[in-house]
Design a protein around this ligand. Structure first.
Ligand code: SF4
Length: 265
């Protein structure tokens, strides 16, 4: 079985505990306004033209985004950093895109990591059938679960999909014996509003088991040039921004006051 991977990031320190190898899988059903990985959106391998200049002469060269990999090849790549991962208490994180879109490959890769004694994390938008989530849960040590916008209509506007299934999946996951870290993108006037964050607190407080921690992720503009290069309609280049420093601190204090183990990245 083969999966389509668009990047393998070694020595990652923000994708779960310890030093990790993060595997970025292609394909995402969402179209978040603030996405910084738009090269993940399409499920297949893509070619785009990169413009370069040499001695004042402009030329184009093709660049491939994504490549097919077998689980065996993926494991060979991952094993290179075994020592660093083990010594730091790290492991392998599957991200994207939405890794659950390639559920069969993901499941096989997770099983192989587990057999090799590696800690596994899955970074997901939560947008999938619950059975799909269920099919990988036994082999996942930790979930990094994105929670973006609580209002269904606004979620549809800013991500292109309803949040109903996402919230159902998070409720289901909270009933399993798995640690879950919630990741909240903070975008001024979109997700960082008082209303959205208080609805989030209410929802998270009502879960069967408390989440392990909440990572608050202020929007950054790293995706802007990618939209241009890929010729994609996107909004990361438009007028959206992170809340200012005072507001970010207010939000951090708010989550902590509500009893959550919250951190600002
Ligand atoms: S879920 Fe992640 S990868 Fe998909 S569009 Fe949103 S931010 Fe981008």
């Amino acid at each position: 079985m083969k999966g389509i991977i668009f990047n393998i990031n070694r020595f990652a320190v923000h994708d779960g505990p310890g030093i990790r190898t993060t595997v970025f899988m292609k394909g995402c059903p969402l179209r978040c306004f603030w996405c910084h990985n738009p090269e993940s959106w399409s499920s297949g391998v893509q070619t785009f033209q990169r413009k370069n200049t040499l001695d004042g002469i402009e030329y184009c060269e093709d660049e491939l985004i994504g490549r097919e990999m077998s689980v065996v090849d993926l494991m060979k790549a991952v094993e290179k950093e075994r020592l660093v991962m083990e010594e730091s208490g790290g492991g392998v994180t599957f991200s994207g895109g939405e890794p659950l879109l390639q559920a069969s490959f993901l499941r096989e890769a997770l099983i192989s990591c587990r057999s090799a004694g590696l800690h596994t994390a899955v970074d997901t938008s939560g947008y999938a059938e619950t059975q799909v989530l269920e099919s990988i849960t036994d082999f996942t040590s930790l979930f990094l679960f994105d929670l973006k916008i609580m209002d269904e209509e606004l979620h549809q506007v800013y991500t292109g999909v309803s949040n109903r299934q996402i919230l159902e999946n998070l409720k289901w996951l909270a009933g399993q014996d798995k640690p879950v870290i919630i990741r909240v993108p903070l975008i001024d006037k979109i997700s960082a509003t008082e209303r959205n964050l208080s609805e989030m607190v209410r929802f998270l407080s009502g879960l069967e088991k408390p989440v392990e921690r909440i990572d608050l992720l202020p929007f950054h503009r790293l995706g802007k040039s990618k939209f241009r290069r890929l010729n994609l309609q996107g909004t990361a280049g438009q007028d959206i921004s992170a809340p200012d420093g005072d507001r970010l601190n207010e939000i951090l204090v708010y989550f902590r006051r509500e009893g959550f183990n919250a951190h600002l990245s």
